[in-house]
Design a protein around this ligand. Structure first.
Ligand SMILES: NC(=O)c1ccc[n+]([C@@H]2O[C@H](COP(=O)([O-])OP(=O)(O)OC[C@H]3O[C@@H](n4cnc5c(N)ncnc54)[C@H](O)[C@@H]3O)[C@@H](O)[C@H]2O)c1
Length: 333
């Protein structure tokens, strides 16, 4: 096992600033450098976290004292920047969604495979204790044969949210963002496919109802899973007030309902008092993407969401958008 800390560079300091803070305080990790197009922001975060800063990504990539790059730029640029990091010989993780283009996801997966480096996607809910126990209950057949998986994400985002960010307005433009499914919904779409298994077909509608944006603020889909279960997806950023997010799963032996990070119902036909606490998690497990990358590099463990896994939610979202445009059922490969 390597004894020196794993050295991180973080690109993009909106939500990326939080991951930079995490890297700075994680055992066996060291934050070496942050990079942002906005010089003031880069200087401010570097000052706060006592690391170096730059406004030029290429300069950060040239540094030999960085092992891992974390990418937190607008969604349509993640894999472009990941590929550059991979070509510079770095391990890399990108925030969600992996990208908005499946071709770019494939390019990054192939580049990482060829270079023999780690490519990971930062889905923080995958590390959550409740979600992991729920996954174990499903994998261990507590609900019996899965029949139905429904996802509802009804959130609110203001017009100012879409006008903001940097470069300004990237969240409302189609070249850099998809919409409520790709940006916010992707967390739950990733969980749904993780819980239920691979998606086979998607029939969807997407529209823009309450914002002046090129992207969608309401998407709905009927889906079938490879295990022959059915499902549905609703994601919106036009629901005022925010009604939260839920995933309801039904099997032939019972149901489980996850709402905003908590289990609010777990009932089985064959067990009057089921509890997810029957499942014990390894206390040593990584609890976030920084710990995950450190563990993967130092101990050779598998990251929670690698490129192939991160691509799955992008494929489902792209299928919703394609189905909405064509009116056809889309089969996933
Ligand atoms: N995991 C989560 O829960 C979560 C939450 C929010 C955002 N995100 C994701 O993070 C990404 C960024 O979102 P945000 O809300 O932080 O956006 P933001 O616009 O607030 O921040 C993006 C930052 O990246 C910088 N930047 C853009 N292009 C750059 C470049 N080429 N070189 C250097 N810096 C560059 C900008 O100056 C800005 O500071 C999005 O893909 C979003 O989906 C994830």
């Amino acid at each position: 096992m390597l004894s020196s800390p794993v050295r991180f560079g973080i690109l993009g300091l909106g939500v990326g600033a939080n991951r930079a803070r995490l890297a700075a305080k994680t055992e066996d990790a060291e934050l070496v450098c942050v990079c942002d197009l906005q010089e003031e922001k880069a200087k401010q975060i570097a000052g706060e976290l006592n690391c170096e800063w730059t406004t030029r990504y290429d300069d950060m990539l040239r540094r030999e004292d960085i092992d891992v790059i974390g990418v937190f730029t607008p969604s349509g640029t993640h894999c472009d920047y990941a590929i550059k990091a991979i070509q510079a010989g770095k391990d890399v993780f990108v925030t969600k969604p992996m990208d908005i283009s499946l071709e770019k996801c494939d390019g990054a997966i192939e580049a990482a495979r060829d270079a023999g480096v780690i490519l990971a996607v930062d889905f923080q809910m995958r590390y959550d204790e409740t979600a992991r126990k729920m996954k174990l209950a499903l994998d261990n057949g507590r609900l019996g044969r899965l029949i139905l998986g429904d996802l509802r994400m009804k959130w609110y985002r203001s017009q100012e949210y879409y006008e903001g960010g940097y470069p300004h307005g990237w969240r409302k433009r189609r070249e850099t963002e998809g919409g409520s499914a790709a940006n916010q919904g992707v967390h739950f779409i990733d969980l749904l496919q993780w819980f239920m298994g691979p998606v086979k077909t998607v029939y969807g509608r997407s529209g823009t109802f309450a914002h002046n944006i090129e992207t969608e603020d309401l998407s709905m889909a009927l889906i079938t899973f490879e295990n022959d279960a059915w499902g549905s997806i609703v994601t919106t950023t036009a629901s005022y007030p925010r009604l939260g997010s839920s995933i309801e799963i039904t099997g032939d032996n019972g149901s489980i309902v996850w709402k905003d990070g908590k289990i609010i119902l777990y009932e089985l036909k064959d067990n009057p008092e089921p509890s997810l606490d029957e499942f014990k998690l390894n206390p040593e497990r990584p609890r976030n993407i920084i710990e995950d990358m450190v563990s993967a590099i130092k101990k050779g463990s598998k990251v929670m969401v690698d490129g192939v896994e991160g691509r799955k939610s992008v494929a489902i979202i792209n299928a919703i958008y394609k189905s909405s445009k064509t009116g056809k059922v889309i089969e996933l490969d």
